[in-house]
Design a protein around this ligand. Structure first.
Ligand code: HEM
Length: 155
């Protein structure tokens, strides 16, 4: 039982570091960078700051995933995936999958290079696109947090 409580606490710390960091990137960092006129400096700064955050996000994703699956196993609640009323379980897992794919596969393989090239060609357009992507992911993540807290506490 104590292990389960510990897993829940670690799960929430993972979510805070990961989704909180993403919120900062989306609502503070990218909008501030968009105001910088020198596109070379802007790109270098973005890559440096986002690169640092990527390490934090990777660790947080792993902690959140392991603690989440551990809780499911302890509760023997895998069948929640078969019921629509647990939509927040589907959403949490989907978000985790998307970020895992982006951080561990797509980013190192080609996304980083692709964004670098796009930003060199048309900086304004590239930063608008990356901002939009972050906004969509943040909105879905916040919906998952809302649904998970409400759902886990009996709503
Ligand atoms: C592999 C992915 C994930 C799995 C398997 C998973 C699993 C779980 C489980 C089993 C619970 C406990 C539910 C209950 O007590 O009824 C939970 C709670 C929660 N999860 Fe996840 N989760 C995952 C990813 C995420 C993500 C990506 C987020 C944030 C966007 C998130 C946010 C939360 C929150 C806020 C709670 C509620 C904690 C509380 O108030 O007690 N989870 N998760």
């Amino acid at each position: 039982m104590e292990d389960f409580i510990l897993a829940r606490a670690l799960h929430v710390i993972g979510v805070v570091l990961w989704i909180g960091g993403m919120a900062f990137v989306t609502t503070v960092l990218i909008p501030s960078l968009k105001e910088i006129r020198d596109s070379t400096n802007k790109l270098a700064l973005f890559e440096q700051l986002e690169g640092r955050f990527a390490v934090q996000a990777k660790v947080a994703t792993v902690v959140t995933g392991i603690s989440g699956f551990y809780m499911l196993e302890v509760m023997n609640a895998w069948d929640r995936y078969q019921h629509l009323e647990y939509w927040w379980m589907h959403l949490m897992t989907l978000i985790w999958l998307v970020f895992t794919l982006i951080l561990f596969v797509l980013e190192p393989l080609f996304l980083h290079r692709w964004f670098h090239e796009q930003a060199k060609k048309n900086s304004t357009e590239a930063f608008s696109q990356v901002h939009r992507l972050h906004q969509i992911l943040l909105a879905l993540s916040l919906l998952a947090v809302f649904g998970a807290v409400a759902g886990a506490h009996g709503f």
